[in-house]
Design a protein around this ligand. Structure first.
Ligand code: NAP
Length: 290
């Protein structure tokens, strides 16, 4: 009797994990390419994180995705970090290399690739205005700086987080970065930006009528990017589109970070079109049910 290859498991570790699109995206891709992998989500409490990570080794999982609230706290439990994960100080993907756990940050690649594939937009030499300095904001800031973005202005509600991020970008990369407290406003700064990114959850489902304090009317030419993907078009993106600006939502970043994880675990190129369709279908049903 022919022996079936052993199924390889990839885990999502976060708390909570019920809202995640990743299982649907990855399992659709594994099935499509006929690889014997399965992706499954585990809700792991912060105090159990170390045990959860040991479980990846103990059970021989191929790897994992790490999500809120563990992306930074997971680092001491890993054996090595990619340069990007080290710089950002956050890990969203783990590769298990024979028991050695390598931490990566594929959000960085996901953001860059989304702009390239969807709008043919390159970050090199550009001016970016970024609203938000949380986990996603940090990945976007380093993605920009490492792609030789020229000038970065960060707005954030909490001073300390924004200042810390701007300082690290200035120390560790060639990009010129400035932090501005959000109550100062973006006038005089946003007009000549090449790209404006919202990395705060204002406008996200279910509060879809809300909009971050970004003065769209003052933007002259920038591509406007909202990392939110539910709803598909936030109020911010609608206003930008109505003004004639190019827009992109967060689904591309989500899919392309997943595609990079898929490549790392399986060694194969991910079927991104199919991954987009699987995510869109799931979002459609979630929204219909709510
Ligand atoms: P996070 O680490 O919790 O950071 C949240 C950020 O939003 C912080 O900068 C926080 O500012 C700010 N913020 C939250 N509520 C705010 C409010 N009411 N007013 C002003 N600022 C507020 O979360 P995250 O992981 O960065 O996620 C941020 C957004 O990005 C979410 O919408 C998330 O869905 C999206 N995201 C998308 C992707 C993707 O692949 N498309 C990936 C990750 C995240 P303070 O520092 O002042 O708290």
């Amino acid at each position: 009797m022919e022996k079936m290859p052993e199924e390889k498991i990839v885990a999502l570790i976060g708390y909570p994990v019920g809202h995640s699109l990743s299982p649907v995206i990855h399992n659709a891709a594994f099935k499509n390419l006929g690889v014997n992998f399965h992706y499954t989500a585990f809700a792991v409490l912060p105090e159990e994180l170390e045990n959860g990570i040991k479980g990846i080794r103990a059970m021989g999982f191929a790897g994992a995705n790490i999500t809120i609230p563990h992306k930074e706290r997971v680092i001491p439990f890993l054996d090595a970090l990619s340069d990007e994960a080290h710089l950002i100080g956050a890990v969203n993907t783990i590769k298990n290399e024979n028991g050695r756990l390598i931490g990566l940050n594929t959000d960085c690649i996901g953001f860059r690739r989304s702009l390239k594939e969807r709008l043919n937009f390159e970050l090199s030499g550009k001016k970016m205005v970024l609203f938000g300095a949380g986990g996603a904001g940090k990945a976007v800031a380093f993605s920009f700086a490492l792609a030789e973005g020229k000038e970065l202005i960060i707005f954030n509600r909490t001073l300390k987080e924004g200042e810390k991020l701007a300082d690290k970008i200035n120390r560790c990369t060639k990009c010129t970065c400035q932090f501005v407290p959000w109550e100062k406003g973006m006038m005089g700064i946003i007009e000549d930006a090449d790209i404006v990114v919202n990395a705060v959850p204002i406008g996200m489902f279910p509060k879809i009528e809300e909009m971050p304090p970004i003065p769209v009317e003052s933007i002259r030419k920038a591509v406007v990017c909202d990392l939110i993907y539910n709803p598909e078009e936030t109020v911010l993106l609608r206003k930008a589109r109505e003004k004639g600006l190019q827009t992109v939502n967060g689904l591309g970043m989500l899919i392309y970070q997943a595609a990079e994880g898929f490549r790392v675990w399986t060694g194969m190129e991910a079927p991104v079109k199919l991954m987009f369709e699987a995510a869109q279908k799931k979002l459609y049903f979630w929204n219909k049910l709510s």
